[in-house]
Design a protein around this ligand. Structure first.
Ligand SMILES: Nc1ncnc2c1ncn2[C@@H]1O[C@H](COP(=O)(O)OP(=O)(O)OP(=O)(O)O)[C@@H](O)[C@H]1O
Length: 312
């Protein structure tokens, strides 16, 4: 289990993570979803003890990473920008890692098998494709047979077969009762892989719910309408896929129509509307909104010299 409590990280004046509180439970795949720059990698680095929080705490199975005697057996991670000696073979890289953590060599063969590295394991890492590099990173993460697995953008650079492989692997790890926490900036990928989603935008949690709940809530615009002729407007709005409720005098709650359409219908019939309030943006909409800002950020980042911390 991973528990973050009011976890925050600032780099100078830049707040990367702005006080997040969440729990990643064992036995399911938890997706950490957010656009580029939302704070996913920073949060994951703090989980792994690679970055010190400015505020708050994060624990892995009840203790901060640094306090575990054999951290590799507790939690395994694939983080971006993993340093692997390019002149070494994947096999030797894993052997060296195992040796420094008192992990038997037999386990190296197991993770090579598990990650489908196969014959490539004997080749120098220098010649690895992005996909093979990701597999090696995942092999290293699983080396200590950890109860908690953290993968930062594990499907980045993988071909469709590789994406499917990661999906099956993480589902298998969760089915074994492990805590699996993986990040992505793609809602579509998460929808197919995760049981539970934690959505982060600009360093803050914007949703933390089972995936089904999030998918059910998608795309169903709900609007509060106040009008002096509620019965008449309700009748005008009634159509397939639209639900109209009247919880109070002069009040309607309309599901399945955008405010603009409601306004147009009311205007067409000469019905006075004196309130029109969208009740809840769907997560997908909220997510797209955040992504939109991020695209702007990206284009600015390309126009100006890239910050030295940029990972892409
Ligand atoms: N070492 C650093 N120094 C300064 N700013 C940083 C540093 N690391 C991250 N940031 C900034 O903190 C914010 C969050 O970055 P982070 O890498 O955690 O986001 P992310 O959600 O993982 O995005 P991505 O998908 O691009 O990796 C970004 O604005 C980033 O530029």
């Amino acid at each position: 289990m991973i528990q973050a409590q009011d976890l925050a990280k600032a780099y100078g004046a830049k707040t990367a993570v702005d006080g997040v509180t969440f729990t990643v439970q064992p036995g399911r795949v938890t997706g950490f979803l957010g656009p580029n720059g939302a704070g996913k990698s920073t949060t994951m680095r703090m989980i792994m003890g690679l970055d010190a929080p400015t505020r708050g705490t994060v624990t892995v199975n009840g203790a901060p990473y640094a306090q575990h005697r054999a951290p590799l057996r507790e939690i395994g991670a694939l983080l971006e920008a993993r340093a692997v000696h390019p002149g070494r073979s994947a096999y030797h890289h894993l052997r060296a890692l195992a040796a420094t953590h008192a992990i038997p060599t037999r386990r190296v063969d197991e993770v090579i098998e598990l990650t489908g590295l196969g014959a490539a394991a004997r080749k120098k890492v220098r010649g690895f494709s992005l996909g093979m590099g990701q597999r090696l990173g995942i092999a290293a993460a699983l080396l200590g047979d950890p109860q908690v697995v953290v993968l930062d953008e594990p499907v980045n650079g993988l071909d469709p077969e590789g994406v499917l492989w990661v999906r099956n692997l993480v589902r298998h790890l969760a089915a074994e009762g492990r805590t699996v926490f993986l990040s992505s900036h793609l809602m579509s990928e998460m929808a197919q892989t995760a049981d539970h989603l934690i959505v982060i935008g600009r360093g803050r949690i914007i949703a933390d719910a089972p995936i089904q709940e999030i998918l059910d809530g998608q795309g169903r615009a709900r609007t509060r309408v106040r009008t002096d002729r509620p019965a008449e407007l309700a009748a005008l709005l009634a159509r397939d896929g639209v639900a109209v409720q009247s919880p109070d005098h002069e009040l309607l709650e309309v599901t399945g129509l955008e405010p603009r359409e409601i306004a147009r219908t009311a205007l067409g019939a000469g019905v006075l509307v004196y309130e029109l309030t969208p009740l809840r943006a769907s997560l997908e909409e909220a997510y797209l909104e955040l992504t939109k800002d991020d695209v702007e950020y990206q284009s600015q980042a390309h126009a100006a010299p890239a910050p030295s911390s940029a990972e892409e």
